[in-house]
Design a protein around this ligand. Sequence first.
Ligand SMILES: Nc1ncnc2c1ncn2[C@@H]1O[C@H](COP(=O)(O)OP(=O)(O)O)[C@@H](O)[C@H]1O
Ligand SMILES: [Mg+2]
Length: 310
Amino acid sequence: MLQVWTEKYRPKKLDEIIGQEKTVKRLKGFVEKESIPNLLFAGMQGTGKTTAAHASVKELDLKNNFIELNASDERGIDTIRVKIKEFARTRPMGDAEFKIILLDEADALTKDAQQALRRTMEKYSKTCRFILDCNYSSKIIEPIQSRCVMFRFKPLGEKDVKKYLERIAKGEQLKLDEKASESIFKECGGDLRKATNILQAAASIDKNIIEDVILEVIGKAKTKDIQELLNLALEGKFLKAREKLFDLMITQGVSAEDLLKQIYSGIYDLDISDDNKIKIIKLLGDYEFRVVEGSNPMIQLEAFLANLKE
Ligand SMILES: Nc1ncnc2c1ncn2[C@@H]1O[C@H](COP(=O)(O)OP(=O)(O)O)[C@@H](O)[C@H]1O
Ligand SMILES: [Mg+2]
């Protein structure tokens, strides 16, 4: 059976969580005392919020005294409210002192729904602790914020993302090239869920993961194709350059936006003088502006290429 790597490699213990050192340390303090307050986990997706909540529950040995709900549940806020009440109103099982309700995407709740949640939190404060996950703490009403201890989860840095990818690569017996790892980091922006999904998609194409495999997965042009495109245009072989452009945009489906960015970074690698690089960058800037303003990207990119020759 195909296992999703975001689950397979999800840390089971707080100690295994990458980055987030301060957050994890504070959280461990609560867990060791076997007493946690209501918690508010804030940060972008894929930074370890759900992982930290699960690991805490496991270390608190709460077993059945735990449920996980998603606030953006399509069945509506009433379903969530009923579920919370049903779960919260009975005493914790075994000798546990409290139950834990993990509410994912809490910032998806309307202000009214949050008011209702606040009343529920108050009503069951003796037997229940809430862990609220959200992207933006500013979207959580103040009365809830003041009932919670807040933890901020930061986007993971390059070293941490690479370390995590290495761990998976080892577990899956993949060869992961340094450049490939770097391009995953650039694309994921510190979101480990996204990073893991890109790696899994790449591995389904090739176990030997080089940069090109990643670029293919994320729908970007290969570095050498960009160089070829620019060189053809610089040499005045406009029709060939145009063919290459069509191949990239139409056959390979690279978006104009990505292509402009890739051309921008590709210019630095060209074997031309710095003065020429500057000229080309200025030119690209003009065309990029027109695309942003709404001009046809294909025509603008063609015109850019046509203007490259001295
Ligand atoms: N700080 C982290 N340390 C280790 N793994 C992480 C971390 N952050 C995210 N992940 C990984 O990314 C995936 C999503 O993590 P999750 O905790 O669900 O993110 P969030 O709840 O912040 O959106 C999981 O596979 C998890 O293993
Ligand atoms: Mg989550």
